[in-house]
Design a protein around this ligand. Structure first.
Ligand code: SAH
Length: 467
């Protein structure tokens, strides 16, 4: 983001506009809606600007620009029809520390004017950092059509109700949650069409209910493999209304960004082989926060019910009588399979696919190696990077083919994703050679197909249908 969008308070400020023709008129169309005192310098002005001057919406000084005009102003619009003059005025103003907008010369602008949907006091501003004004206009047109004309009035009514809600719910984050529920994001455009009376009744109703049963809640939410596009709508809604977000190491920042800024974020990551938050402590945090009446989201990577110790947390919640629900997520094996463009099950090849963990509470996890070594068996191994040598040894020992295709997908769905196509015989060596540290899924019995991008291959790896 090169341009910071901010809404500047124009009350009691002076804004200087130099120019009296089309360029100045275009800027003035927005500026006359503000509360700023507008000073316009130009030897001549067009009829529209003259009309605004007559109406007292701006003060016209009929002469050329002088450097003393910059005294006491906050913003400067250099909007004459002469580009060189605009640049010159811009330089003078900037030297005085003022912010300048030079008409039609983006590179000479300290700020640019966004496209606006004006339902004052609700303002939607759309900017493309000057890259595509036509796109900004298209978005504006769409929003203009969808946002009801009564939006500004509605916002003023909400403002009037705030004091009452604040008295009933003094805690800021609980209060924000209350308002988030009033407009819950589902079918928002229709919700915005309510009349002032309907809205007031809805707020009163909710307020009565809220005060009566202030009971916390925990949602166990799957954050998917990391790419925020793979988050479910339900997960986004839960994040949007959470007071507390308790999250794991593999939850990506892009996903956390769906939470509110005011929410409390508690990191309980378990570093492999490093510092970790003990599970009982995590359970205790969930229970404690919920019993305080807060809405808690327990955010886990992938799907919360796969290798996520969800049962232990659910047990703790049930014992404490805390209400909970579960929002599934895309598990890493599903994401990894999608990234290599292959089906996890193939008719006539494998009737089952196993999801295995490389580690369990005792160390490297044991499995039915004989079954897995049998021809056609397929599996997705979670937490398998450190255990790759062990898995390879066990499978070979039980008769698996040395050239069994294995694909390693690290950071599936994320920008940092790496795909390594290898064989069982070379698995551990290739993991090392390509610096794979995880998080990664080992797909045993799978090779990448044409949809897979940037596949790193070993010489011995199957070359089938790889781009
Ligand atoms: N509940 C999670 C799994 C948690 S166990 C799920 O359903 O995916 C942690 C393991 O998940 C990691 O060791 C790794 O094997 C896998 N994992 C998580 N995110 C991943 C990603 N983006 N790409 C590949 N593997 C991932």
């Amino acid at each position: 983001m090169q341009y910071l969008p901010i809404h500047v308070d124009t009350k009691d400020t002076k804004i200087l506009i130099i120019g009296g023709e089309g360029a100045a008129e275009a800027k003035l169309r927005t500026l006359i809606k503000t509360e700023a005192k507008l000073i316009l310098i130009a030897p001549d002005i067009n009829p529209e600007i003259a009309r605004w001057a007559e109406q007292g919406r701006l003060t016209h000084m009929q002469r050329d620009f002088e450097i003393s005009d910059l005294e006491g102003v906050r913003l400067v619009y250099a909007a004459t029809e002469d580009d060189a003059l605009n640049l010159q005025i811009g330089d003078l103003a900037r030297a005085k520390g003022l912010l300048v907008n030079a008409a039609d010369q983006k590179d000479a602008c300290d700020f640019i004017t966004p496209a606006l949907v004006d339902r004052s006091p609700v303002i939607v501003s759309i900017g493309t950092e000057g890259t595509s004004p036509s796109l900004a206009r298209a978005i504006k047109t769409d929003l203009e059509a969808r946002l009801p004309s009564t939006l500004g009035a509605l916002s003023n009514i909400i403002n009037g109700l705030r004091a009452k809600v604040k008295r009933a719910i003094p805690d800021l984050s609980t209060r924000q949650l209350f308002w988030a529920d009033i407009f819950d994001g589902k079918d928002l455009i229709n919700q915005l069409r309510v009349s002032g009376d309907e809205l007031t009744a809805r707020v009163d109703d909710k307020l009565a209910g809220h005060v009566k049963d202030k009971i916390g809640h925990v949602s166990l939410v799957g954050s998917g493999p990391g790419n925020p596009d793979l988050l479910t709508l339900a997960a986004r809604q839960r994040l949007h209304s959470a007071d507390v977000i308790v999250y794991d190491r593999l939850v990506s920042q892009g996903v956390l960004d769906f939470g509110r800024r005011e929410a409390e974020y508690i990191y309980v990551g378990k570093e492999p082989g490093g510092v970790s938050t003990p599970q009982p402590e995590i359970n205790a945090i969930l229970v404690e926060k919920a019993l305080e009446g807060l809405t808690v989201v327990r955010l886990k990577s992938g799907d919360p019910l796969i290798f996520g110790r969800a049962d232990e947390e659910i047990d703790a919640l049930e014992v404490a009588g805390v209400k909970y629900d579960i929002v599934p997520g895309i598990t890493s094996a599903a994401s990894a399979a999608a990234e290599i463009g292959t089906s996890l099950t193939t008719r006539g090849h494998n009737k089952a696919v196993s999801f295995l963990t490389g580690h369990d509470a005792k160390g490297f996890a044991e499995h039915d190696w004989k079954g897995l070594a049998a021809g056609g068996a397929r599996a997705a191994v979670y937490m398998g990077v450190g255990a790759s040598g062990f898995i390879q040894g066990r499978l070979l020992m039980h008769g698996a083919a040395k050239d069994l295709a294995v694909t390693v997908v690290e950071n599936a769905s994320r920008d940092s994703q790496i795909i390594v196509a290898t064989t069982l015989e070379r698995l551990a060596d290739d993991i090392k050679a390509h610096g794979i540290k995880g998080p990664a899924i080992l797909l045993l019995g799978y090779s990448p197909r044409s949809a897979a991008k940037n596949v790193l291959k070993t010489e011995a790896a199957p070359q089938r249908k790889i781009v």
